[in-house]
Write a protein that binds this ligand. Sequence first.
Ligand code: BG6
Length: 484
Amino acid sequence: MVSRVIPVDPFDLVIFGGTGDLARRKILPGLFRRFCAGQMPEGSQIIGAARSEMDDAEYRRMVSDAVAEFGGGRTCEAGTLEAFLDAVSYVTTDAKGDGGWVELNGKMRDSTVRAFYFSVAPSLFGDLAERLHRFGLATPESRIVVEKPFGHDLESARALNAALAQHFHETQIYRIDHYLGKETVQNLMAVRFGNMLFEPLWNAQYVDHIQITVAETVGVGGRGGYYDKSGAMRDMVQNHLMQLLCLIAMEPPAKFEPDAVRDEKLKVIRALEPVDWHHIVRGQYGADENGPSYREDVEDPKSRTESFIAMKCHISNWRWAGTPFYLRTGKRLKARASEIAVVFKDAPHSIFGADAGRHRNVLAIRLQPNEGMTLDVTIKEPGPGGMRLVDVPLDMSFADALGPDAEEVPDAYERLIMDVIRGNQTLFMRGDEVEAAWAWTDPLIAGWQARNDVPKTYDPGSSGPEDALMLMHRDGRKWREVKA
Ligand code: BG6
């Protein structure tokens, strides 16, 4: 039932930062899986580019190890890895100097799609963009792919956009938010705009509130240096949760086309109200037998960076006025579980009387793991003796619905890289979208910094700080349980 593989044109893909963590964990194994699926056309090449001195053979060994470690255990025909590695080469390249660029240019071919993946620190984006032009690698059809973090505030994001815009047109820039590449995230659009059932009810008149949860069990691990300067707000909310919110809240675009979709997302971000500081809860995980505390992880006993955040947001437009959106995300929580729940209002009048209790329809979309959808429907509790009501789920697991093919579903990076080659920007963030997201985020961060806000400590393995529960309780609502 999984869609057939749609062929793409032969391509030259240069991965700057080709020896880095992201390349090893995601980009290279993802490309290998596409190769196995027959989607990497003959004549395509992957060129790793980084500062380390390495020859092709050494780089191929690194790629082969990365595929073995992070390839997800996919079984391919014998000889496939060798054939894939034949398409891989390496050029030692200096992003800030002239070394390697002429050689890199020599490898580019005129007849293929050119894509340059900037899997490097954002401080190098401008240097790479400039050199791609100066050394003649960039053509009007070339694409560049940039990773998050796209800046750390509005000013730095504007500077990055301006640096890239000096050398590339917006239609050539692919800003990755890997959440947009997740199968179930795209399903949000299919569910909303492919069915008649939900859209008429998708507004403040029928929806009581919406909850978006992205819970992780991992701590910040070895990423403490980066994370402590970001925190959950910059690392997760400004991008991933914001994108989920946009897809849930946006108006139907006229077409499933890049600018039509991105225009609608942008309107949602611009309609987000500033969040009252009483409606933000920040937390830091403590220590337990399974691991150190957040402050120990980042080696700063006084750190005030949040590893958890919960907030209540409002969107000021006709569709959503008065309907709160509760967002929460955090590390070292009870379970790895991401979910969006649309909680509908009570029926306007209960014909069954007060004893029947309060019942609500909830549409929950599980993004990961166990991707699927549940719709809580109220029915009669079986048995004699009056009318008692009970909520039961209509539960659909996408894996069950798709059968054994489900494991063939490409992961976010595979899909997004292929979209770059196809030249489809629908699942990538536009420059104005990123800036609008920072424009909303910046004053919230400035607000807690000015108040010297100290995050609340929470128990690892819990659902976050007590105050986050209170954020909902005060409104007579409650979070759905974080469970895998
Ligand atoms: C990344 C964040 O963008 O997303 C990480 O920097 C986070 O901190 C990760 O762990 C979560 O992604 P996923 O796909 O595992 O939900």
